[in-house]
Design a binder for this molecule. Sequence first.
Ligand code: 3HC
Length: 303
Amino acid sequence: KRPAGAPDKSLARKVTKVGVVGAGLMAGQLALLFARRLGVPVVMTDLDQDRLDKGVAYVHGEVDKLLAKGRVNSDKAARLKSLVTGSLTKDAFADADFVIEAVFEKMEVKQQVFAEVEAVVSPEAVLATNTSSLSITEMASKLKHPERVVGFHFFNPVAVLPLLEIIRGEKTDDAALATAFATAKSLKKSAVLCKDAPAFVVNRLLTLFMGEVLAAVEEGTEPEVADRAVAPLGLPMSPLLLLQLVGPAVALHVSETLHEAFPERFGVSAQLRTIVEAGKNTIFAPDFSIDPEVKKLFTGGGT
Ligand code: 3HC
């Protein structure tokens, strides 16, 4: 059955090579997923060799884990490793027909990245963004071909979570959207078409939820009490650990975007801001560890 709002699949273009802009954790997870599910070459780019090497090494490390678990055989593992490569220049994207960016969550940075990508790819290549909250329409607005831009928002851990939010910008055309839906299907993700609105759907809910649990803790509720209180709702993991998994910087960014759009409805945690501004990447004290018994209360294991 065609997902609600998806155009006729006959409009989808074939994807024979994928570009991933960025070589951070999200980008690495995406590169592996595309190589594994589409079986096509995937080239990653980043600003310096060190980051690029780390990104490719992460993917190769994840392939080794799949091999160790028997999820892929040694031929497939070797093939996956050879499919995922790194390049410092975006020229390597010249023959890519699907490019996804997973760089820093700042509109100007993403617009700049897309302008650079547009300069080397064909006019039909789809430009996808894994943005958590930014406007797809605005991101596409400076391009010659804004009709090929589409939101393609994954959830962490990418290999495990089935959901994909696909977002249509004001100018996105049916061919780009159909290609996005067809690609989602090949990636074995369950795609939903979301409106181009701040933080789309899922992150609005998660931000409220994680933000309120954090607020309760900031007001003096013990983290363990908060976890015990919310676990019976059937959540996969502790909201505080989820905030950690998402990353304090990403969580802060999403709440700032939502606060700007809906100041009455979304606040920004002062403590989260202090943590991120201090360059820390954890919301927990160094000696914090979650009680294994509490962890077990969550349906996804809560690790
Ligand atoms: N990368 C790859 N695979 C991973 C992984 C990761 N980071 N983390 C876990 N996995 C895999 C494990 O390898 C394991 O696979 P296997 O079955 O092949 O061995 C499987 O996931 C289950 O892992 P575990 O047994 O270690 O752990 P749990 O059963 O405790 O599950 C969890 C862990 C999948 C993280 C689960 O707790 C969960 O689903 N949590 C909720 C996560 C969530 O809500 N994410 C959304 C975040 S919002 C977001 O990303 C949007 C952004 O814009 C902010």
